[in-house]
Design a protein around this ligand. Sequence first.
Ligand SMILES: C[S@@+](CC[C@H](N)C(=O)[O-])C[C@H]1O[C@@H](n2cnc3c(N)ncnc32)[C@H](O)[C@@H]1O
Length: 380
Amino acid sequence: MTLAPEARHAKPDTPRNLSMVGISALEDWEQSLSPATARVITGDARDTGLPDDSVDLIVTSPPYWQKRDYEHQDQIGQESTPQAYVESMMECLDEWKRVLRPTGSIFLNVGDTYYNRSLMGIPGLLEFDAVQRGWLIRNRIIWTKDGGMPEPAKNRLANRHEYIIHLALKPNYYYDLFGYAEYMGNGANPGDVWKINPERNMGSHLAPYPQELVRRSIMLGCPPQVCLTCNKPRTRVFERTRELDPNRPQAKRAMELADAARLTDDHIRAIQATGVSDVGKATKFQNGTGRNSKEVQRLAAEAKAALGGYFREFTFAKKVTTGWTDCGHGTPARGIVLDPFMGTGTTLKTAQEMGRDAVGVDLLPLMEEREVPAPRTSAK
Ligand SMILES: C[S@@+](CC[C@H](N)C(=O)[O-])C[C@H]1O[C@@H](n2cnc3c(N)ncnc32)[C@H](O)[C@@H]1O
């Protein structure tokens, strides 16, 4: 990993007063920025020293309760009760609320702990208290893996999953479901179970999480570019095409009927604007009153007459990215990812690889440079 000083962004003179730029403009800007940086701070996750509103996404894995003793007086994880542990984590959330931009969010990887032969329900306690403090719990993702540490208990199943809690400050947090769904395969919502197996030396004493877990979190939650003037992330703009999946017989028939009736792109867009209910959602094709204009309704009616029940097919045609939003304030900066429990630096490395700037905080130096405690294996 290259550890560089704080990001310094090149600022070429490229004023753009458009509300949207094409994909190539995003790539041009990407080229013009200095390489993505990773910065390491020795400090406490509850007091990072970072400026207010300076981070787009937090991806992190704190020490789990009563698992590893990092032998530091300020460490989190060795509190005497689950409640005290949750209280420490709430102090973290208060600090993270301060450093996150309003559109920011957190992917928090946590596991539970057996104590006196019972699970303590720690992820649930964390979620409950976070909601009381105004956080939105958007997902509790199950991270499942094949295999894992051998467990001594003979009257319960071995634990093979952890959680990734996705917390946001406001409903309009940055989220690129479209890009993520494309990455995961077929464009549909891929769901809240992540099967990710360990990737590297995670066995004996290091406690890193897999890069793939971080990659998915960044893809979903960290904008590639952010405007430093208005603090807004650039978001993907996409449009439905008329392209359907030819492997589905209904879709194939819909395309045949559309060709036979020589339906134009405007016809197809009119179907997509009116949708199944005729109320209409696509702003481009409306008359500004929230209803579809007369012309759109006429085109949709013609198309529906030609397609019959097959018109529905075009309401879920393939979407493509047409560009990214632009607030018009010139060259943006890279999105910034923070890991306040940096450990071996998995988050920083992944963020840099994905063209995001990264900041890591830890009480101790990068784990590669220190002895790491073994986990307790007394859970029964
Ligand atoms: C589970 S490890 C993180 C592993 C990391 N995700 C990785 O991939 O390497 C937890 C880290 O939290 C650090 N830590 C514990 N208490 C802390 C605190 N109060 N503030 C900052 N770091 C802390 C430990 O030193 C340890 O490096």
